[in-house]
Design a protein around this ligand. Structure first.
Ligand code: GAR
Length: 189
């Protein structure tokens, strides 16, 4: 296969990563799963699919610049073109941003700019709004900021639990992310 090679960064469950693996016509090869959490379930999902994993401990490096330089080296060795963040709970610094300018994409469980940062789903319930959603965006140095690529609304039923809303949001995420990835890859030709 001569497809575009991409890496997915995940700190947790990796259900979005799994959705990419399960997508029927993904227009790229996921060749690396990067995680900053040694116990992230996403790592086993990668292993089950024979995808290489790179697990690192940010605390083991003197600075963000140092671990991002290490990441860049590994990503270059694998000829990675795009980075897709899928529940990667760490702010990407200028070192990695510059090396992959315009080619790092994030998914966030709200209609940004509403409810950035941690627990976006809990924030939406707490705020008592009737709808929230999913945003896919290019990243910049902020927390869940950067140019928006796609958004989809998710309604919030009365008295929904956080788990119930998370499920509704995940269902949308799992459809939307692979679709947007394909659009991005295809728009590059
Ligand atoms: C997803 O809902 C994603 O939108 C969110 O983390 C979850 C990861 O789930 N990302 C953020 O909150 C980024 N600020 P997953 O590990 O099952 O894919």
């Amino acid at each position: 296969m001569n497809q575009v090679r991409v890496a997915v960064f995940a700190s947790g469950t990796g259900s979005n990563f799994q959705a990419m693996l399960d997508a029927e016509n993904l227009a790229c090869d996921i060749v690396l799963l990067v995680s900053d959490k040694p116990n992230a379930p996403a790592i086993n999902k990668a292993k089950a699919h024979g995808i290489a994993t790179l697990v690192f401990d940010p605390k083991g490096f003197p600075s963000k610049q140092d671990y991002e330089s290490m990441l860049i080296e590994k990503l270059r060795v694998k000829s990675i073109r795009w980075i897709f963040l899928a529940g990667y709970m760490r702010i990407v610094g200028p070192t990695l941003l510059k090396a992959f300018e315009g080619r790092i994409v994030n998914i966030h469980p709200s209609l940004l700019p509403a409810f950035p940062g941690k627990d976006a789903i809990g924030q939406a319930i707490e705020a008592g709004v009737k709808k929230t959603g999913v945003t896919i965006h290019f990243i910049d140095e902020g927390i869940d900021t950067g140019p928006i690529i796609a958004q989809e609304e998710v309604s919030i039923p009365p008295a929904v639990s956080k788990e119930g809303l998370a499920q509704r949001i995940h269902r949308v995420e799992h459809q939307l992310y692979p679709k947007v990835i394909n659009q991005l890859i295809q728009s590059e030709g």
